[in-house]
Design a protein around this ligand. Structure first.
Ligand code: PDD
Length: 285
């Protein structure tokens, strides 16, 4: 059965879901996106994603065409129409389609809002059991990575390099330190059992999963330090892992072909994954 997408107020078959070639998302990457996981037909940590959406659009002076409460209703309607059990809802808002290609904001143009769903068994994914290999690439992105912009070319190139190297993610490096993954937050567990992940700021996206995992770890009296770390530190670590809406918590077993820890998913990563899945199930809406 063909899936349904949402485009500016209408539910349409995915193959007929279209926006104008003049849409500023297409011409300038002048838009913001969000990805929320769906578990057992419910949205995971969605309030956090919608709060980040509001912040991102505010930072680029784009007004949402719908309230976040209405956006959540549409997300739920799409999950229901597509009978989605496990996967994700993608949503994108752009500054709309003008009559030409002026760089400055157009006047009187309504923003574009589109959404679609995709299936993925996040909890049962094989990579969750085996962990993933990671490669490193220079972080060539712009200076406002805290904004969840649809300008993802640097991440496309990074993740293509990872795919060609048989890796599941690329860790981006700036000034000798890891910023984050192409589409995930990066973590290590040091030899003295401190969970380390880079502090939020304009150098990284404030990951919703990262935020939840840090809070869940701290609630359990695990030590967390939010600071930058190097690849040398990661290779000397006990464990490494990534977090995102589309993988939850996933072990990193090698970096640039060198083993991390035992070369297998570590016990703390497995535990945090279980804790996160439990949290996701208990709080999904
Ligand atoms: N990416 N860092 C970057 C650069 C990301 O693109 C993402 C998410 C994250 C993790 O954020 P969260 O935990 O809120 O998903 C960190 C999404 C999943 C994507 O682009 O598909």
């Amino acid at each position: 059965m063909e899936k349904t997408a949402y485009v500016n107020g209408s539910y349409v078959p995915l193959s007929e879901a279209k926006v104008s070639v003049l849409d500023r998302g297409f011409l300038f990457a002048d838009g913001i996106y969000e990805v929320a996981a769906v578990l057992d037909g419910k949205l995971v940590d969605n309030a956090s994603h919608l709060a980040r959406l509001e912040r991102s659009v505010g930072e680029i002076r784009l007004e949402l065409p719908e309230t976040t409460a209405r956006i959540e209703e549409i997300q739920k309607e799409l999950v229901a129409r597509n009978k989605l059990v496990n996967g994700m809802v993608y949503l994108e808002v752009t500054r709309g389609a003008d009559t030409g290609r002026d760089f400055a904001f157009p006047k009187g143009v309504k923003p574009t809002l589109v959404m679609f769903t995709a299936e993925k068994d996040i909890v049962g994914s094989p990579a969750a059991k085996t962990g993933i290999n990671v490669i490193t690439v220079p972080d060539i992105r712009w200076e406002r990575r805290d904004i969840k912009s649809v300008a993802l070319l640097a991440q496309v190139l990074a993740k293509q390099a990872a795919a060609e190297a048989g890796a599941g993610e690329a860790w981006m490096i700036q000034d000798g330190k890891v910023t984050e993954g192409g589409s995930s937050s990066a973590f290590i567990l040091t030899q003295d059992d401190v969970i380390v992940t880079r502090q939020n700021g304009s150098e990284i996206l404030p990951g919703c999963t990262r935020k939840a995992v840090v809070a869940l770890a701290e609630e359990r009296q695990l030590r967390v330090e939010e600071r930058a770390f190097s690849i040398e530190e990661a290779l000397a670590a006990k464990e490494a892992f990534i977090t995102s809406a589309t993988v939850f918590v996933q072990a990193v077993v090698s970096i640039d072909g060198k083993k991390v820890g035992s070369g297998k998913p570590g016990p703390l990563t497995d535990r945090l994954r279980e804790i996160y899945v439990e949290f996701a199930k208990a709080t999904a809406v």
